[in-house]
Design a protein around this ligand. Structure first.
Ligand code: ATP
Length: 214
């Protein structure tokens, strides 16, 4: 069964933490591709100063040389808030039921998963791969509801992501890279360098468009 990883995010800007995480998951979970899905209007974050088109361009530049990575613009084309459930429904409409989808999520995001729009329907449309971010709280802070959800769906068998199209939650260790878009924006605001945190072609785009410097 074809197995596709889904990495949504603000990507404001995209950095090597995102790229390395996607690469490692593609390998450890045997993914056929990872789709980068920039959010147009993230419901959980304040509106970013950089436009959705500029964030999307940076994602395109960052993934251009990796055949495993694909750009997915469906959230940019949708009006209103970007809800994951709508993205998954739209992907299912396009790909049918026989493609396995793996929603990649930082464990920091999973702690609030039960506040997401129609969250209980999400696992009926995809699997979930949780990754531990080095700079964020571990999953011990889970609510009872989420702990139960994890117990019901948890698997350590990568095969489960390939034999069924939906329904499992796995947890993956990745090389911890303590990089965040927030820290990068702060560095650039103070005229610091983000070299080796962000791909060079993305840094060139940031410089030529004067992003994050004021
Ligand atoms: P911000 O600092 O603006 O909140 P961010 O660096 O967390 O941004 P997002 O675009 O919100 O970036 O992240 C998209 C996804 O990538 C999320 O699931 C997030 O948990 C994950 N992620 C971001 N940075 C890392 C990292 N350094 N290592 C592993 N996962 C990461």
């Amino acid at each position: 069964m074809q197995t596709i990883g889904l990495l949504g995010g603000t990507f404001n800007p995209i950095h090597f933490g995102h790229l390395r995480m996607a690469q490692e998951l593609a390998e450890s979970l045997n993914l056929d591709e990872v789709r980068f899905i920039p959010s147009a209007n993230p419901p959980h974050k304040h509106a970013p100063l950089v436009s959705a088109e500029q964030r999307a361009t940076m994602v395109r530049l960052a993934i251009a040389d990796n055949p495993l990575f694909k750009f997915d613009e469906r959230e940019l084309n949708r009006k209103g808030a970007s809800f994951t459930i709508d993205t998954l429904v739209s992907l299912r409409d396009e790909l049918g039921e026989k493609t396995s989808l793996v929603l990649i999520m930082g464990s920091d995001a999973f702690v609030k998963f039960d506040t997401w729009h129609r969250w209980q329907e999400i696992i009926k449309l995809c699997h979930i791969a949780l990754v531990q971010r080095p700079d964020k709280k571990p999953t011990e802070a889970l609510s009872k509801t989420l702990a139960l959800f994890l117990e019901q769906h948890y698997t350590e068998q990568v095969d489960d992501l390939h034999t069924a199209a939906v329904g499992s939650v796995t947890m993956q260790a990745i090389t911890p890279l303590e990089i965040s878009s927030t820290a990068i924006r702060r560095t650039l605001q103070h005229q610091g360098s983000a070299r080796y945190l962000v791909p060079q072609n993305v840094l060139d785009f940031i410089a030529s468009n004067h992003l994050y410097s004021t």
